[in-house]
Design a binder for this molecule. Structure first.
Ligand SMILES: [Zn+2]
Length: 553
């Protein structure tokens, strides 16, 4: 009997280890494949069986049977599916269904675009989204008087694209009880008219919560719709996985993803983060439910040290050039934030915190270092979301402390248009310091911060490789010494991101045994002129071995 089991297990072993016995469902051939795997960087064929990669190389004949589908990609480039390190995914889905003020060029266009949207609505719903940017019309903040007469009975709360300030109309201010006598909440500001002292409608950072508190939550049906819209948008850009920093407070977001997964409508991989102040809730949730699977997982917490550069709320050592009476804000009580980071880490949870200003980054690196000392050695993978403005001393600390800079390169070519009015050259030089960080050995990761920037890794790679600001005023790159290679940028969007989400054995590389997530591109991203990278299109997106997007025409 024992003998029989030995020979049976030997037979099974032989079956699994003899490649010719495994056959592919599909084989993509005639491709120029960048695998991201240093041991086997280039290939021409990729064979897929169910949800996994069976083979990446040249001689695929042994994996083919009469039932295998052969797909000739005609010399196009294949890369691993893009992973986005930082999204506000459901907001993105909401935005796709809402008014878009991102590219309006004047107050008049702002007003007419909003008016057209209002006219398209058949009910009296709240109007949100917008993603306006006052820098596109010279920097004057919008005012409620611009929009009161055209928004009818709709309460309006439309945000700047970075989410750090928003404009309310008079109805919304009234519903929230905000008037001349309302005090600024800690970590926020109610912008007021210089002469009358009346609120202008613009609320910054924590002050925005005064309005958010009175906006009704979206229904489950609405959230489910936002998710499906967002997933389709992701696939059209070759994004196969996101690390989601949440849009509706984290828990409703996670519930939406779990609902979709249970209904078999989640075909994009999501790592879902919840707010750090809820770490104890996440701890018990993980104890009860584990941490999810390859399609949806959780166990990560997101916090904030400071605000943003665009809203002059990023926390610096020195004042802003154009706002000399402020050095920014700490948007969370730092005593509490430090405590949450240390406690969450001691519970084995994964911590990431937003830090933009140089002082915010130093503060956070110090707390991470302290947490490691207190809680001992562990594979914890602390992250800093944005890591945008660093002191010289901070740059090598990421690698030394094994802290992951989670960066969004498109911000660099966007902020680069106007950042010089706000920060001196000494500080600008260490802004989005991609190359300096990679040179120290840090596991730099890339993403979009969608809806702050487009959910488009090609645009992000273009930004990191060229650093050409969106106004094209820096053709050789804005602080060009921080430009990186195409291969480095691809790694930051694939393998490095897989690692930052504890998925490095499953995704981020094209290698036998890993999940079959990959993208077919219209052009060779390695040989195309860098300034033309932005024109590359995603032709096909594959997740779990299934084609989830195919470009029409
Ligand atoms: Zn964000």
């Amino acid at each position: 009997m024992k003998q029989f089991f030995y020979s049976l297990s030997f037979f099974l072993f032989a079956l699994y280890s003899y490649p010719q016995l495994q056959t592919a469902d599909q084989i993509y051939i005639n491709a120029k494949i960048w695998t991201g795997d240093n041991a086997n960087p280039w290939a021409s064929a990729i064979a897929v069986a169910k949800d996994k990669i069976l083979f990446v190389g040249k001689d695929y004949a042994g994996y083919k049977t009469g039932n295998t589908k052969i797909i000739d990609v005609k010399g196009k480039m294949i890369v691993p599916g893009f992973i986005d390190n930082h999204t506000h995914f459901l907001s993105g889905g909401y935005q796709l269904a809402s008014v878009n003020l991102r590219y309006v060029k004047s107050p008049a266009e702002f007003i007419s675009t909003l008016k057209n949207y209002v006219n398209s609505l058949s009910d009296n719903r709240w109007i949100q989204g917008g993603d306006w940017d006052h820098e596109t019309w010279g920097g004057e903040l919008p005012r409620k008087e611009w929009i009161d007469s055209i928004t009818g009975n709709h309460p309006v709360f439309i945000n700047r694209y970075d989410g750090h300030m928003a404009l309310a109309n008079s109805i919304a201010l009234k519903l929230a009880g905000i008037n001349k006598t309302t005090a600024n909440p800690a970590g926020g500001e109610i912008v007021r008219d210089e002469i009358t002292g009346e609120p202008t409608g613009v609320l910054k950072d924590e002050a925005m919560n005064l309005i958010y508190a009175v906006i009704p939550d979206p229904s489950q049906t609405e959230l489910d719709e936002y998710l499906q819209r967002a997933i389709q948008e992701a696939f059209s850009h070759g994004v196969t996985q996101v690390n989601d920093m949440s849009s509706y407070g984290g828990w409703p977001d996670l519930a939406t993803y779990r609902r979709a997964h249970a209904n078999h409508t989640l075909d994009l991989r999501i790592y879902s983060f919840v707010p750090i102040y809820t770490w104890a809730r996440l701890d018990s949730f993980v104890n009860q439910n584990g941490r999810g699977d390859d399609m949806l997982h959780w166990g990560g917490l997101k916090g904030f040290v400071d605000g943003s550069l665009g809203s002059t709320t990023a926390w610096f050592y020195k004042p802003y050039l154009d706002a000399p009476n402020t050095t920014g804000l700490q948007v969370t009580d730092t005593i509490l934030l430090r405590k949450w980071i240390i406690e969450a880490d001691s519970a084995g949870l994964h911590v990431t915190v937003h830090a933009i200003g140089d002082r915010a980054n130093d503060w956070l690196l110090n707390v991470y270092e302290e947490a490691e000392k207190l809680n001992g050695n562990r594979d914890r993978r602390f992250r800093v979301e944005h890591a945008q403005h660093l002191t010289q001393q901070a740059i090598p600390r990421f690698a030394q402390l094994h802290v992951i800079p989670s960066m969004q390169p498109y911000h660099a070519i966007d902020d680069g248009k106007w950042a010089a009015k706000r920060l001196d050259t000494a500080r600008l030089k260490r802004t989005y310091a991609f190359r300096s960080l990679l040179n120290t050995g840090a596991n730099v990761t890339f993403g979009s911060d969608w809806t702050v920037a487009p959910l488009d890794p090609i645009a992000g790679i273009y930004a990191a490789v060229t650093r050409r600001t969106l106004d094209d005023k820096n053709p050789n790159g804005w602080f060009p010494e921080e430009k990186i290679s195409v291969e480095q940028a691809l790694k930051c969007y694939t393998a490095n991101n897989a690692y930052a989400g504890f998925m490095e054995n499953k995704t981020g590389m094209l290698k036998a045994g890993m999940l079959a997530d990959f993208v077919v591109l219209s052009d060779d991203i390695f040989t195309i002129l860098p300034e033309n990278i932005r024109n590359i299109q995603v032709l096909l997106t594959v997740v779990d071995g299934k084609e989830v997007y195919r470009r029409k025409n």
